[in-house]
Write a protein that binds this ligand. Sequence first.
Ligand code: ADP
Ligand code: MG
Ligand code: ZN
Length: 187
Amino acid sequence: TIGKLTVITGPMYSGKTTELLNFAEIYEIGKKKTLIFKPAIDTRYSAEDVVTHKFHKMPARVVKDSTELFEYYNSLIEKPDAVFIDEVHFFDVELVNITKKITLDGVDVYCAGLDMSYLWEPFETTAKLMALADEIIKKKAVCEVCGEYKATLSYKLKNNGGVFDVGGKDKYIAVCKDCYESYERNA
Ligand code: ADP
Ligand code: MG
Ligand code: ZN
């Protein structure tokens, strides 16, 4: 049977990586073979692990783009039961075709990443993965301005470096749409 594609998305600090690692753990408890990837661009906490903001971590294969990811996957003699990819918004759109090909091998694929940039615009790779997904999990964060559990956007405090710019709380906060708008009006 064809593998299932699950997309875990939402703003920064919404627990996307936590959810991704929880799914990976479920497979590992069941003695299933897992393979975790992350893009080379995300070295916030570690160069080799996928790490959550609460410092839960699992070892990952670091790849520079979707081609390298697929080459590594194809080089494996024994195929995994599930593939986990964090920070999918940092990947080129070819990742969309590659995840489809992996599911055709009967492998489940879990993708986590931001749905929108700090400009309140979709990230193309995540958007296309969501279109193809069997299941989409949209996470929320606590708005760091009003304290309500309804943040769906990431607000950039230091506006430099563009939309593909890695950062933590020094650079981005999770905000709800109302607080985003009032920040923009006062900017
Ligand atoms: P993501 O991958 O979506 O950035 P993580 O899974 O790495 O998120 O981290 C989620 C954790 O971040 C939460 O469990 C919580 O401890 C912490 N956190 C920090 N700021 C917030 C916030 N504004 N809303 C919710 N959780 C937050
Ligand atoms: Mg994350
Ligand atoms: Zn708010």
